[in-house]
Design a protein around this ligand. Structure first.
Ligand code: AMP
Length: 331
């Protein structure tokens, strides 16, 4: 590589249940692109992070496997990327303990996402939620990641990771690069029932299209999606938020500029537009659904993908942890 610094990227998702088309355009597809630009790409099923707000862990194991299958089905290439489950690499937790010793509590208390999460999950105001950024710093630093792609809401966490890396290096000697935040352009998709809200699975089945919804369910959800007053199919976020959201979805699936879609549907009714949109979503998700179903039929395959990923991840994580132990004086 002619002395060029390696580009190491870590990212991941929490296995919190059904994925929807917002996750697809906002996370899965960007991950597939990212793997092409990185020298090392680590893609984590963040099951420990899921525990912070979990009310019932009965589906956590299955959700972790499903998420790993969704990564593969959406085009993650195992020759280019390492897919692994966070809890299967014990060094993440081990490093988090070491990093917690140099992390000031007020820095965590001031973290804006802590306040939001506490309000969203009042029953889960646990230490894990407060310490979430330490575990996230550990996820990033254990692979000496140089870049972390995140949405705007997560960027305070990466700032904390940078601060922790700096503190560690100053106090014990250089081990960690300070990871750069790569702000993701957000392709925001909104709820089908309440277009002022981000599409999310926590607002009810009718509000989102799940990646693995059947054609009939997709047709039904689009049919009953709310629209705006008037008749024109026109992108206007302020006055026509519902139609604008449906146009965004159409544009993402068809990879077409919205202006072109508006032209195509000039003089047509909302019902005609929605009918076409449903078919476009069904067609767009079909290859992913087919691949996912094939993976589901051979559950041993995804387990071996994760075993292989864990081996590769642990090799690096254990080297870093050895360095950390030496620097801080653990024998
Ligand atoms: P969540 O499980 O809600 O934390 O979402 C995981 C990731 O999926 C987020 O970090 C975003 O990148 C993406 N995402 C979630 N919801 C949406 C949405 N409505 N529109 C676009 N991207 C989304």
């Amino acid at each position: 590589m002619g002395g060029k610094k390696e580009k190491i990227i870590l990212t991941g998702l929490r296995p919190t249940g059904a994925l929807h088309i917002g996750n697809y355009f906002g996370a899965l597809l960007p991950f597939v692109k990212m793997q092409e630009t990185a020298d090392k790409f680590f893609l984590m099923v963040a099951d420990l992070h899921a525990l912070t707000t979990l009310e019932d862990s009965k589906n956590l194991g299955q959700n972790s496997l499903s998420l790993a299958m969704a990564f593969v089905a959406s085009g993650i290439d195992l020759k280019k990327s390492v897919i692994f489950v966070q809890s299967q690499i014990p060094q993440h937790s081990e490093l988090a303990i070491a990093l917690s010793m140099i992390t000031p509590v007020p820095m965590l208390e001031l973290n804006p996402t802590y306040k939001e999460m506490r309000e969203e999950h009042p029953k889960n105001n646990n230490l894990g939620l407060l310490a979430y950024p330490i575990l996230q710093a550990s996820d990033i630093l254990i692979y000496k990641s140089t870049e972390v792609p995140v949405g705007k809401d997560q960027s305070p966490h990466i700032e904390i990771a940078r601060e922790i890396a700096r503190k560690f290096n100053n106090r014990f000697g250089n081990v960690f690069p300070e990871p750069k935040t790569i702000l993701q352009k957000e392709a925001k998709i909104f709820s089908l029932q309440e277009p002022s809200q981000k599409m999310s699975k926590s607002h009810g089945e009718k509000t989102y299209i799940a990646l693995f919804d059947s054609p009939d369910i997709i047709r039904e959800k689009i049919k009953i999606a709310v629209t705006d007053s008037g008749r024109e199919i026109k992108y206007d976020e302020k006055n026509k938020p519902a139609i604008s959201n449906l146009l965004t979805i159409y544009g993402l699936f068809e990879e077409k500029p919205i202006k072109e879609i508006e032209k195509e549907f000039e003089g047509k009714t909302y019902a005609e537009f929605k009918k076409d949109l449903a078919e476009i979503i069904i067609k767009g998700l079909a290859p992913l659904q087919k691949k996912y179903k094939e993976l589901e039929k051979k559950p041993a395959h995804i387990k071996s993908v994760l075993e292989d990923g864990a081996k590769k991840a642990e090799k690096i994580a254990s080297q870093t942890m050895l360095e950390v132990r030496q620097k801080i004086g653990l024998i």
